[in-house]
Each structure stands twice: as structure tokens, then as C-alpha cells.
Design a protein around this ligand. Sequence first.
Ligand code: F6R
Length: 606
Amino acid sequence: MCGIIGYVGKENAKDVIISGLCALEYRGYDSSGIAYNVHNKIKTVKMEGKVANLKEKLSENSDLPNIGIGHTRWATHGKPNETNAHPHKVGITTLVHNGIIENYMELKNELKKFYRFKSETDTEVACALIDYYQNKEKDKLEALKMAQEKIIGSYAFAIIFDDEPCSLYTMRKDSPLIVAEKNNNYYVASDIAAILSYTNEYYLLDQGDIAKIADKITFYDKDLNIIKKDINVYHGTLNDVMKNGFDHFMLKEIHDEVTVYKNIINSYVPNLNILDLKKNFGSFLKYQKITIVGCGSAYHTGLAAKYLFENYANIPTNVEMASEYRYKKIFPDKKELVILISQSGETADTLEALRKAKENKIDTLGIINVLSSSIARESNKVIYCLAGCEIAVATTKAYLAQLLILSLLALLVAYEKGQMKKIEANKYLHDLSKLLKDTKEIINNKNYYQDIAKTFYQDREMFFIGRNIDFALCMEASLKMKEISYIHSEAYAAGELKHGTISLIEKDMVVFGIVTDPVIAPKTISNLKETKARGSRMILVTTKEIAKAYENDNSFEYIITVNNINPILQSLTIITTMQLISYYVALLKGENIDQPRNLAKSVTVE
Ligand code: F6R
């Protein structure tokens, strides 16, 4: 959420910063800005809207700065306009900020005597605070230390000062920030995507760390002791953050799904044997209760996994939204495992949920995509999703990576707890090669889903209904539809519909029924027919086996089928079909698929 890039070096800082902001735009895209030092004067240029607007404005000037900072914003405090856009300048201090300053009103009241504030932001207040201390202390590092002690909230800052034209300072707490060096060029970024065209090696700032970058990087802890840092290496390539011929990152990332599955199989179950999983995931025998915590789609993977843990491993499993878990009463249990699910590994609510579980002495496992992210580093144990960089705001491949890992974990727990014999578990694992084949087939057949999308993309609302794990799949299918196409859609437990909500069904409203479990298929299909009786257009999404019974039933507008696989892996292919349909609906509507309105990737604020 929001992107930061800073640069000191031999190149034109404007170009480095604009290219970084373009790569970071998925983190926020309602305004952007840049500040750079040219001839010992700091110049700030800000624009409402996309980075392209800023780029155009900058093309009018011929400045050649060697140091600067840039920001692409997702508004928290104050409207997305030019005044509220970053960088902010107060006194001789200019900075960009990710995060939220919780005590900004209190600080603003204290600082009002010294400064006149122009924006509605919390960031300008933080900028004033740092300026106040640098003026008082006459030492930049001391000023940053004092500001850290005073600020309550989360922040990643990149800061430049009028009177130190060759230095860039950074510091962070609860918002990610990396620093890198390549051939005497220095970079600061909120994520690796911004600097991948220069280097894949970087340093991570820990909580409270400060870095000063001039002709070298010096790291300090919160007490200003100089500290050494290890280099981290991002094991991807620039291709990960390029569209590579696809019109949208979302479509590219759906195409990546087969590769992601291969990564997971090769790394965690290369021999398709349950003992591989035990070796790579470790033992979970001691746990008698599981709580899964996440937000949005990550929460939805938890909802689906609950059925797998309960049905196959016979272990009671609760699923909580992180934003709720962090403020509710919990009942810690020595035999409980809390699983935190997060693509970014930086989601503020999930991070705080993790800290709460740890404070209550509950064992934690992170299922995380971004390496060395905060949740990955703070969890007792971590399993990486190996999905690579995900740029589209709507998650696709990372959701499926999370779901596959949870499905494998459920199998492992089932085996360890004696609920499933080795031979049976291995039989499930052998179907992984089928999963690759089926997923590839669905994606190759994408035009079919586009044709279906053409029949209802102008609708204003729709329903997704299912039972048990299929209801969890409906939640994800519905979220995918609404977030990128802006069609209002509801996911509903099929059996609940007639307890009130069926009153919303109108003539020609599309209702999807997701049905993967043959035992409850007739029940959900009856519920679907109840909507048809009220005028709906029914689309059944199911397996080939279940579909056979409805071959001659013309009441369905479409029956979308996937090949049968085992029940532990069945959900994955269903979701790929739903992702493709949502993608094409948004495409036909002409929406901004990769950057839907009001959203941003990686929600690092509460
Ligand atoms: C929806 C989506 C979001 C994220 C949620 C959690 O397509 O991407 O709902 O799943 O914001 O993000 P992470 O997984 O980074 O914690």
C-alpha cells in the first residue's frame, strides 16, 4: 500500500524514480510525486492520478538531479489530490511515507505553534516533527531517533534535507523498506519490484532501523549504534514484474499457475510421497486445534482449508478474519496452531494477529509468498508459497498457491494423525500431475470463458451459491468478480438463501452454483433451481462426473465442467475457471483490471 523509491548516485534521479514508481504503481495509484535536489535546491513535483501524469509533467524540465525520493499514494488521510500527495516538505525536511501515524492529531496540536500545515495528511505532521527535532538537535540522526520515540503508528520514510544535498535517510517500523547498492548507485524502495532492473540484492531494514545513504550506506539501530546487515537475494528476474506480452498482469498471473504448482511440487513433494511433505513441512502431530487467520482472499483460502483439515485430518479448525481476531477474546491452547496466510507478508491486520498469537504463547505458522517479509520473519515457522511476484491487485496465482499448500498440509496432518494410510495419501499426491494437466487445459481454453462472460458482463448484480467447501469457493469467486468488474455480487451458503436473501433474486439475474461434492450436489442444485423458479439464469460450475446427471437438463444456461480429480485438489481447477470469467467480464466492461478503483496491493494499514 503506497510505494516508495529513493535514489542517490550517478544517474538522473528523475528517471530512476519514475521507472521505480511505474513498477510500484500497483501499491497505490491515486496520486504520485517526486522531490529531488538540483543545484542545492529541493524541487517537488506532484500530480493527482496515475504516474503517467507525473511523468508527463516532468518531461517539461531538463533538471539532472543525482538524488531524489518518489511516492505513489493510496490515500488514507485526506483526499487523493495534489496537496495531499507526497513528498511533503516542512522547513528544510522533505519526505515520503508509507504507513499511518496514529497520534498525528496530538502531534499536530503540539507543532501548530511552529508550523503552518497545508495538507490533511498525517505524513506532513511526521515531516514537521522531524524538522522540529533536526532544528533543535542540529543532528539528523538524533532527530530521527527522537521522532521515532514520539511517533505512534507505522512508517517507512525516505527523507532528504535542504542542507545535506548528498544524503538520503530512511527509517521504518511496521512498514517494509529495503536498501540496495549497485556500482555506487544507491536505492531505497518499499519493495524489490522498484529496483529489479538494477539489482536483485538488497538489505532489509528491521523494526526501528535507520539508514543513512551518501557515498556509502550506514545502518543504525534505534539507539544509533552502527549495525551490519546481511545481503538478501531475490531469486527472480525482471520478467517477474513485466507483462511479457500479456495485456494484463492478471492474465499473465493466471497463466503462471501451472509453473507455481510445479514450484510447489518440486520443492515440497518431488517424489509425490507423503514423507517428502513430512521432511519439508515438519511435524504437526502435537496440534489438536487449528486457527487460520488472514484477510480477503487469504481468509477465503482458510475457509476452504477448514473443510480439508476437519474432514480428512479430523482436527477442529476455526477461520478468523485478521481484522477481527486482533481485537477479540481468544482462548489460547497449548495444543493449538495459528496459521497466518498472506501473499505480501506485510498485511497490517495479519501481522498484528500473528503478534497477538505469539504474545499468547500459541505456535504460529506463516504461509507466505514474499520472502523475508515481516510475517515470514516473525512467525515461528514459515512455508513459502513460491508463487513469484504478484503484481495484479486481485490475487490469482498466490491464492491458488496458498490453497495448494494448505491442501498438502491437511494431507500431512491426516497422515500423521493416522486418519489416512500412507498409500492413500500418496494416491492423492499422484494426482498432482493431473492438476497440472487440467489447469493447463482450462487456461488454453480461455476463449470459452470469454464467450460465457459476453452473455452477462453488462449485468449489475449476481449470486454465487454453494455448500461447505463450495461455499468457500463461492466467496473467492464472488470477490474476484466484484473487485475487478464492479458488479455487485454475493456469495451465499446455498441452504441459507431461502431464509431471507432469495427476495433479491429477480428475473434474468445470473446465479452461479458451485458444486464439487457429489453427496451434496442434489441439495445445492435444488437451491439453484429455486432461484430459477424466480427467474434467474443458472450457471452450474461442477465436475464432469456430477454434470453427467444433468446432461439433458436444459434449464441451465451453462454447465461449466472441470475434470474430476480427488476432493483434496478439486477446488483448485474450479477457481481457475472463475478467475478467467471475472477477468473477461472486467475486460469486456473496459475496466482497469490490474488496478481496480479504491484498491491497492499489500494492505499495510489497518
Ligand atoms: C483480493 C486480494 C485481497 C488480499 C488481502 C490479503 O484479490 O488480493 O483480498 O488477499 O488483501 O493480502 P495478503 O495476502 O497480502 O495478506
